[in-house]
Design a protein around this ligand. Structure first.
Ligand code: AHR
Length: 645
């Protein structure tokens, strides 16, 4: 769609110079490059002197379990309701196979944490193979790969078990795998196996477990904590779904803020995200009813988040519970017991492997301490009744952590001075979240210009979101993504003080949407992974970072074109966003540079990447010039990154 064109003649006229190369980029130029739709050219001259430092961690990600982003999302386990967790799980996602009755059996727990199992009752005259199915999260992704499967089983049975992946409507069998088990009366035994599958053309698939019904006729068997994994990212056991994790990794984020978001807070105090309920073997994790009103298995737990950080080279930004839940707030002496909880959590993460909690970590597969340099105290404590007590709660938790871990950067969950201590300790960072309509996000371009440089900021969540649309915004379109790019240029210009920023939310499983848009969407069907136009903006900005933000002399004011320039050693990077209907010629002058690449994302204002129809992607072209002047044609609603040396 886009072409790189050398316009020697144009340049001779426009610049009065010989041999400069023009990178012509723009959307639908034939229809839109008429004079009435073209703004006067702008020249940007990048200075190599002066400027301000840029945070090495500016671009990162924020993750919380919502929109089935974790269970049914980036966590690799594909079967739903496998531990009957959360409120009223019932038989969600299960169905009988053959002439059997199935029940949620809450008097036959698999473990102290997994308090129910599935009972399969067999008819007295049964002669066939029977069992049950689980259809995952609106189906199961069935690909040409080796799957790993685990389950627990109770009841007297010695004989074959058949595991299958089957098309629910088609009945087509993609995998059929037999094992022999020796299950006993009154006790659960654990079984694990692997099998190959061929690929299904759609997501309408289920997993089945079958056994010889003649051996159980008139009796029952119980099954618990069934698990099914395709190959995982970095081949980790209990790891991440590879396609989704790879897309996240390809943004090259430098931090992960977890585990929320609202989802750490708890609908009630007791249902807050509690770190110690998310560690160890998954059969020891009880799960919880989340803040987003569905069960979390917590199979994606504290260690899994930290492995995720390590595998993608990200700084963990761990949120600790600050005493605020939707069902009540604890402060003062009532918060004291929870301070021990934080101490224990930090010993688990950072303590030597012979300490009480460090040894638990070692037992759970991680001998050496994790990396942890950033902790956020709560989430949005200026909201939902938290403001009055946050100054005290913040101070209690700050002191608890800082006294033992003075090198950890602590982040307040608000920037509102009314909700903060009168004189917050030096070194504290402040988190501020905003979701805005596109024009309003662009209007915040200068927002951080006057932020006191002694008060660093993490923008823990931001994004363009048309909240005035009664139907909600289904998915990002080019105007939204360009508004984010313009705003991010403002963030980057201020990245001496804006130290971290994350678009939110990150992921959604289409069909389970609670909050949209997100950067990445998917479902259980093949090639469902959908990278929004906003994903590409994040990727372009994150993958091209400098160390110093450089001054730029210019012939125009900001808007509708926005820009920022930076460098790392001899490499110079210029980011541009055209938040407008008119095409824009931009001459970028960077002395003593001659070649590099130009990455461009562009499309119509309403251009959108829909599932199975994602057509708007960045293009990359090589650029070479002889006098350090690059002419870039920015089409309407376009974002570009020029990297040259
Ligand atoms: O990102 C969605 C939600 O928005 C987060 O959970 C919360 O922190 C914010 O209000």
């Amino acid at each position: 769609m886009w072409s790189f064109v050398v316009h020697a003649f144009f340049l001779l006229v426009a610049l009065g110079l010989h041999g400069r190369v023009c990178a012509q980029m723009g959307s639908d130029l034939s229809a839109r490059d008429g004079k009435e739709n073209t703004s006067a050219p702008i020249t940007l001259t990048v200075s190599k002197e002066g400027g301000n430092k840029s945070s090495p961690h500016l671009y990162g990600i924020m993750f919380e379990e919502m929109d089935r982003s974790g269970d049914g999302g980036i966590h690799g386990q594909l079967l739903r309701n496998n531990g009957f967790q959360g409120s009223h799980p019932g038989l969600t996602a299960y169905a009988p196979v053959g002439d059997v009755d199935i029940f949620q059996d809450d008097v036959s727990p698999v473990s102290h944490a997994i308090t129910s199992s599935l009972q399969v009752q067999v008819m007295p005259d049964e002669t066939k193979f029977v069992g049950f199915s689980n259809f995952g999260y609106n189906g199961i992704p069935v690909i040409n790969a080796t799957y790993r499967c685990e389950f627990w089983m109770m009841g007297a049975y010695a004989g074959p078990i058949t595991l299958q992946l089957v098309g629910s409507a088609s009945g087509k069998v993609y995998a059929n795998h037999n094992i022999t088990v020796h299950s006993v009366f009154g006790d659960f035994t654990h079984h694990e196996t692997s099998f190959n599958s061929s690929a299904s053309p759609d997501g309408d698939n289920e997993w089945r477990l079958l056994f010889d019904g003649s051996k159980v006729a008139g009796a029952s068997l119980n099954f618990g904590l069934i698990q099914l994994f395709p190959p995982t990212f970095h081949s980790r056991k209990n790891g991440l779904r590879k396609d989704i994790a790879t897309a996240v990794d390809e943004m090259q984020p430098s931090f992960l803020r977890f585990a929320g978001g609202n989802n750490i807070e708890g609908l009630q105090i007791d249902s807050r995200w509690a770190w110690n309920r998310t560690i160890g073997p998954v059969h020891e994790r009880p799960g919880r009813q989340s803040d987003w009103h569905y069960p979390n298995t917590d199979a994606l737990g504290l260690d899994e988040y930290l492995w995720w950080c390590e595998d993608m080279g990200m700084e963990p930004v761990l949120a600790v519970w600050s005493g605020k839940s939707y069902g009540g707030i604890l402060s003062g002496p009532d918060l004291e017991p929870f301070l021990d909880d934080i101490r224990n959590e930090l010993e688990y993460i950072l303590g030597p492997s012979n300490s009480t909690y460090g040894s638990q970590r070692a037992k759970n597969g991680r001998e050496e301490p994790w990396r942890l340099n950033y902790i956020e105290i709560g989430n949005e404590d200026d909201f939902t009744g938290g403001c009055d007590t946050y100054p005290d709660r913040f101070t209690q938790i700050y002191k608890t952590i800082h006294s033992e871990y003075p090198n950890i950067t602590l982040i307040a969950s608000t920037i509102d001075t009314n909700c903060l201590p009168e004189s917050p300790p030096e070194g504290v960072w402040y988190d501020f979240h905003y979701y805005r309509k596109p024009d309003d996000l662009v209007a915040m371009f200068n927002w951080w210009d006057n932020q006191p440089r002694s008060q660093p900021v993490m923008v823990g969540e931001y994004g363009s979101r048309n909240t005035s649309n009664p139907d909600g915004v289904y998915w990002s379109f080019m105007q939204m993504s360009c508004s984010e790019a313009a705003h991010m240029i403002g963030l980057e210009r201020n990245s001496d003080v804006v130290r971290m920023a994350a678009y939110a939310p990150l992921l959604q499983h289409f069909g389970f949407t609670q909050w949209s848009p997100t950067l990445i969407g998917f479902d259980s069907s093949p090639d469902s992974l959908t990278l929004s136009t906003s994903y590409y903006v994040q990727q372009m900005f994150s993958r091209n970072r400098g160390e110093t933000i450089l001054p730029v002399n210019t012939t125009a004011d900001f808007g509708p074109l926005y820009w920022v320039a930076c460098n790392i050693n001899d490499t110079y990077i210029v980011k541009l966003a055209n938040y407008g209907e008119k095409n824009q010629t931009v001459h970028v002058e960077i002395a003593d540079t001659k070649s590099g690449k130009l990455e461009m994302l562009s499309g119509p204002r309403d251009g959108i990447n829909l599932p199975h129809n994602a057509t708007i992607k960045p293009t990359i072209d090589n650029v070479t010039v002889s006098h350090g002047i690059y002419t870039i044609q920015m089409g309407s609603w376009s974002v570009a990154v020029l990297v040259v040396s």
